[in-house]
Design a protein around this ligand. Sequence first.
Ligand code: PMV
Length: 312
Amino acid sequence: MVLVSAPGKVILFGEHAVVYGKPSLAGAIDKRTHVNLEARDDDIISIESDAAPQRLSFSLDDLVSVEGFPYVRKAIELAFERIGKKSGLDIKISSDFPPASGLGSSASVSIATILAVHEVLESEIPYGTLAKLGHKVEFEVQGAASPTDTAIATFGGILFIEPGKDEHKRIDVQLPLIVGCTGIERSTKVLVENVRVLRENSPEIVDSTIESIEKITRMAKEKIEKGEDIGDLMNMNHGLLMALGVSNFKLDILVYAARDAGARGAKLTGAGGGGCIIAYAPDKGAQVKGAIENCGCSAFESAITSVGVRVE
Ligand code: PMV
């Protein structure tokens, strides 16, 4: 039996601009997905999760064709393929954070599952290969995916991600954040498409907005490395995301509630349209968390963690 966990993520700066080749800064949160995996003597795979009402049980031969748990099944399939060996498995999944909220639950479950399968089948996988295989899982399940979530779930810490580059610059600092969740599920694909249409209709304005987000992201990287305040940059980044049309009433309420309660900066994180906000409030964490909860939403304090995927 093996227990593997991997962290969720927040995008600190640069979401949407990264789709147009600009850099982004993302960080691992100290909320994790836990995968408990055990080999079986027969050819049955059984998957259960806190987030799903029902357990899924099927034969090894049906791994690709059965419905349900697409990320977990694809992660198992690619792991078996790489190892060159198969086995019946019992898998139990639990997560410290909600799915479909932009906190990287699919990436963390994919990465943890691939590593857990390697562990029970006594095969080694370098972390670089693990991150790439996890990205392949997301790509094949979703049809498109940036390597951000799977890189963070593997390596932890803060990563400065430049599209097209295989290596990501890692920044190891503690960054206290409050994450506030609207509880609204959204589709990253739809929001990315909305920005594409806006850009088609107003190319000059959208392109200059994206360039401004790029400048903010690069400046934020320098400030984080020096331990300087990033509050203003977060606020400006949120304003630009509003201009791209990906914020909404609930996200803006949480952003302003956080700022009113003393956050030095607050912005939506990820695709927008729902999901979560992040607030930077080194000295007012409890007040900001309370203000978000007073809006009827859930919130938690989270440091950025340097701990990526690990066998517990
Ligand atoms: O939905 P999330 O939190 O995984 O964020 C998506 C971020 C985008 O920049 C909008 C898309 C991407 O693939 O980077």
